[in-house]
Ligand binder design. Sequence first.
Ligand SMILES: *[C@@H]1O[C@H](CO)[C@@H](O)[C@H](O)[C@H]1NC(C)=O
Ligand SMILES: *[C@@H]1O[C@H](CO)[C@@H](O)[C@H](O)[C@H]1NC(C)=O
Ligand SMILES: *[C@@H]1O[C@H](CO)[C@@H](O)[C@H](O)[C@H]1NC(C)=O
Ligand SMILES: *[C@@H]1O[C@H](CO)[C@@H](O)[C@H](O)[C@H]1NC(C)=O
Ligand SMILES: *[C@@H]1O[C@H](CO)[C@@H](O)[C@H](O)[C@H]1NC(C)=O
Ligand SMILES: CC(=O)N[C@H]1CO[C@H](CO)[C@@H](O)[C@@H]1O
Length: 459
Amino acid sequence: MRILICQLLPVLSLVSSTAALTITSTNPDSFKAAATTAAANAVASYNARQSKDTPGKFDGTWWEGGAFFNFLINYWHWTGDSQYNDIITEGMSYQGGSNNDFYPQSVQGYIGNDDQEFWALAAMTAAEQKFPDNPKPGSIGWLGLAQGAYNDFAARWAVDNSSCGGGLRWQLVPTLSGYGAKNAISNGAFFQLAARLYWYTGNETYANMAETVWDWSVQSKLFNNQTWYIWDMTLISENCQDPSGKQWSYNYGSYAAGAAYMYNKTKANAKWKTGLDGILGMTYSTFFPAQYGSNTMAEIGCDPWKQCDRDQLCFKGLLASWLSTIALIAPYTQPDIFEKLMASAVGAGQGCTDTQCGQQWYAQQWDGTSGIEQDMSALSVFANALAAFPYNGTAGPVSADNGGNSTANPTGGGSSGETQISPLKAITGGDRAGAAILTLIFCGGWIAAVTWLVRADIF
Ligand SMILES: *[C@@H]1O[C@H](CO)[C@@H](O)[C@H](O)[C@H]1NC(C)=O
Ligand SMILES: *[C@@H]1O[C@H](CO)[C@@H](O)[C@H](O)[C@H]1NC(C)=O
Ligand SMILES: *[C@@H]1O[C@H](CO)[C@@H](O)[C@H](O)[C@H]1NC(C)=O
Ligand SMILES: *[C@@H]1O[C@H](CO)[C@@H](O)[C@H](O)[C@H]1NC(C)=O
Ligand SMILES: *[C@@H]1O[C@H](CO)[C@@H](O)[C@H](O)[C@H]1NC(C)=O
Ligand SMILES: CC(=O)N[C@H]1CO[C@H](CO)[C@@H](O)[C@@H]1O
């Protein structure tokens, strides 16, 4: 399907205008119009997928559905266009699974903690932006689904604390190479989920978990709380003291947003303010490079060479969504964040034609790449930059004591044996080959290199 999209879109572009999506930073309607176009293009790809009989499931990847719905919820929130709400509700409820924790049977052979976390974070976005709970009788509220997933992660953390003194593994399936790693996104996204559940519900259990994950991340050397450099990966075999890997924007964004929720809920506690400022500073200097004007977002680990894989193409969209929220719950960050979101949206618009968006937001023209992931990230920055308009400043996230009414389900997930997946179970499931290949790419090859033979045997 990925190949199909790549072949299809350039052909379409021949018969349609190649004009950019022009955004004027003083005109919110230009942001809305660009978001509407990018959303339509992304949804058209979604509707054309081969796995369309399974709501929410992308071809060849599962986690991206979580990011997709997160961005479509943002789109609805900021533009008021509800035309995609039914597919959002259908996909998110379906992938909630029978255990109400975004760990459906169909994906248990191949997904990692991070994959499941992106769905849980999308559910938190739904609750915080008042995206209506699924009205179908028996449906679990978005808050409840996020709580179910949280319970899984908390259970995994508890049974697995003999290595590295805590931390979530990257992968869940012992036969996948990432099972031997504890990485930044799995822990950063769990930190953020715990912080958001605390922010929404006020339940201190979530605050304690958020603090535990943050403190562990510092101890493990995943990030340094003096320089605020965030590494991608540590290995259990090295007691998580061997940080390595490239700089990725979503690692920074996941921890920064969690710190912002903690900052807001604790009424500006210094630990969270220091952490938020530190990580944001690194985020700006790393992912808004001076050579592109210091305000236009770039995934510096792959954009310059147009070498981003499908996962990496989504990271800018995630960062845009998180920055937008950070600006609303830590208002002192608004001058910096709004300037960067605006410039990034203008740049992303220049990188699109009417039918597709590229990946280099700084190129000032379409860069020749296309795919649902490029459309998704562009959609996110167009929609989430709308937060910068003054009359939108009051449209920040809501919590249970401030207008949020998503239904809780504090006992979902957590107890279904996810923590004890057997290796045998891991080799069933339709997407195993695709997942393995993506996993290898995502890992940057260095773990993969040593385990390739083992994996090749298995798959
Ligand atoms: C590990 O888990 C055990 C049992 O749940 C608990 O008693 C212990 O304090 C935990 N250790 C760490 C380092 O979290
Ligand atoms: C807080 O959340 C935890 C974890 O789900 C739960 O066990 C506990 O009962 C909750 N406390 C309150 C006061 O709701
Ligand atoms: C950094 O982490 C260490 C160890 O957890 C802690 O003692 C120190 O207070 C932290 N510093 C900052 C600036 O948060
Ligand atoms: C927390 O967020 C609200 C908006 O949701 C904002 O009005 C308030 O100032 C924030 N608190 C702090 C300490 O920044
Ligand atoms: C939440 O409030 C909205 C109105 O703001 C209402 O339409 C919806 O039914 C409520 N949802 C629940 C789960 O009570
Ligand atoms: C949620 C919200 O308030 N959205 C508004 C943001 O600004 C645009 C442009 O004026 C409005 O159309 C949206 O309704």
